[in-house]
Design a binder for this molecule. Structure first.
Ligand code: PEP
Ligand code: MN
Length: 338
């Protein structure tokens, strides 16, 4: 249940609504939503209370939602949210391509990639600097030095940049150098981190966890929205199943399921989903056919030398070929990629 309170500079109405509900033993959490305030309650209101709140002009709209993540649901907002990051508009007709290396490794590697993907019509540059590696002996990322390189690449190409943040204490630092924060699969239920990126107000890519149901994933997104941050893109990146022929199993049915359940834009990452170079193009095409709003693709000038995820990164020629193939599929479904 959500009560939307009309905007009032004195916020008198908000206080009035909270007071009205408290007297009825209904606890609320107030959430900033654009220029309005929403009061989210766990309990349902009686029809008498709903009518009175509206009649007295305290509440503009009351949404009864049975969703466990009501702020993400289409009960609250029927139109797909458009999330703007630089010139990219996630959720709009143009499919947003996010591309770049798995890890930022050096100035040369990042700049070469950034210039190439920019020329190919990519609208957001990615690159990990805090890497969530399975083994502590593997490359952990360049840290702040990598953030500075991302900011340099943005400065030169004009491309907005997205990078992963691993811990709540680092949100401010990562936000200082980037345009969008990524929460990786391994942190999808790190609730302190979800709250921290929510408070930051920065656009967020929330990846699905390897063992996260769609329902749990939407509830994770709800943590971010509940902090007043509506700028969340949900990224399907494969889940762990018994199949070992691919790194993970890409759950493409998640795309139309999310489309129906949530107003948040959807992204697909065929790189981490398959872990294998030759599967990226077919799965990216399938994701567009399934209705994704965005794709995340790992690309590296020399994948064979990459310090992480070497098997799944396309070289820049392969990436250019991929973009050509995506043009045709996007056109077939009434969209475009550049
Ligand atoms: C990544 O995108 O760099 C990454 C680590 O992905 P995931 O969290 O999906 O494994
Ligand atoms: Mn990677």
């Amino acid at each position: 249940m959500i009560v939307v309170v009309p905007d009032s500079p004195s916020s008198q109405r908000v206080a009035q609504a909270i007071d009205y509900l408290r007297k009825r033993q209904i606890e609320t959490k107030s959430v900033a939503w654009g220029s309005q305030t929403m009061l989210v309650t766990k309990q349902n209101l009686t029809s008498t209370d709903m009518n009175e709140l509206k009649a007295k002009g305290i509440a503009e709209r009351i949404v009864v939602s049975s969703s466990r993540a009501p702020l993400t649901s289409r009960d609250l907002q029927n139109d797909t949210s458009i999330i703007e990051v630089g010139n990219a508009r996630f959720g709009a007709e143009k499919i947003v391509i996010v591309a770049g290396p798995c890890s930022v490794e050096s100035r040369e590697q990042l700049m070469e990639t950034a210039r190439a993907v920019k020329k190919l019509g990519v609208s957001v540059l990615r690159g990990g600097v805090f890497k969530p590696r399975t083994s502590p002996y593997e490359f952990q990322g360049l840290g702040e030095a990598g953030l500075k390189l991302l900011a340099e690449a943005r400065e030169e190409t004009g491309l907005p940049v997205v990078t992963e943040v691993l811990e709540p204490q680092k949100v401010d630092l990562v936000a200082k150098y980037s345009d969008m924060l990524q929460i990786g699969a391994r942190n999808v239920q790190n609730f302190a981190l979800l709250r921290a990126v929510g408070k930051s107000g920065m656009p967020v890519i929330l990846k699905r966890g390897m063992m996260t149901t769609i329902d749990e994933w939407l509830q994770a997104a709800e943590y971010i929205l509940l902090e007043g941050n509506q700028n969340v893109v949900l990224c399907e990146r494969g889940i762990r199943t018994f199949e070992r022929a691919t790194r993970n199993t890409l759950d493409l049915a998640a795309v139309p399921i999310l489309r129906k359940a949530t107003h948040l834009p959807v992204m697909v990452d065929p790189s981490h989903a398959t872990g294998s170079r030759e599967l990226i193009t077919p799965m990216a095409k399938a994701a567009i056919a399934a209705g994704t709003d965005s794709l995340m693709i790992e690309t590296h000038p020399r994948p064979e030398t990459a310090l992480s995820d070497s098997q799944q990164q396309l070289n820049l020629t392969e990436f250019a070929d991929l973009m050509k193939e995506l043009d045709a599929i996007a056109k077939a479904v009434g969209r475009s990629v550049r």
